[in-house]
Write a protein that binds this ligand. Sequence first.
Ligand code: PGA
Length: 261
Amino acid sequence: MRPVIITANWKMNTTPADAGPLAADIAKATDVAGITRIICPPYTNISAVSDAVEGTGVLVGAQNVHAEPKGAYTGEVSADMLKGLVSWCIIGHSERRRDQFESDELVGQKTIRLVEAGISPMMCCGEQLEEREAGSAVATVQAQVKASLETIMAAGNGLPADLVIAYEPVWAIGTGKTATGADAAEMADAIRATIADVGGADYAESVPVLYGGSVTADSFAEFINEPSIDGALIGGAGLKPDQMAGIAATAAEAAAARANS
Ligand code: PGA
């Protein structure tokens, strides 16, 4: 059975001074049974967050990693640098695809680095509004996932056992608009079909697919009530302990229902 996962992506928010107290508040607010909780602070606040959540069960992730193992890449952070500091890392977030022009192949390379370092990859994908309106959302997202997975396969070590995919329609990120649960579930099924093409049906069934894009305590139920969706990647609401409390409570209910079915 796939885990139910809620991940807070703090983006470029918090400081070393306020990240620890916020993480401690979120850990307390989300202390429910049966789900996986991850907080992804900025690099500079990883150690403050790790200290604050020690013993709570909350896992810590990074928001990005460089695609090369080491070298002359001023200002960048490698997978080896993150080893021991985080257990998860987001890759291919649409804000990085937009601002740093990250390609699907680069996202695949980053995944390879994470696997080498023993860090679990959370790979983002999602269509633009024009692609949704043109009816090409599914094809766009399938092409993203396929290209990244094929890059990983070409390295010769197969696909990561701990891969998670976060489907985040770009037009839903930070806008207050969400996909419908039905559209997100259709996309999760399409993503798994693509994963199955590359890595086989059993593997595809094992990969959690999260929804992201303006998830709140109010909207989360619509997504987690879809059997093909396994949790959320949460931006704005991930900085708010009361919102995270509501999301965690709904996640715990879903996890319990799945365990009993
Ligand atoms: P949002 O961000 O919840 O603020 O829309 C989600 C994300 O970008 O991961």
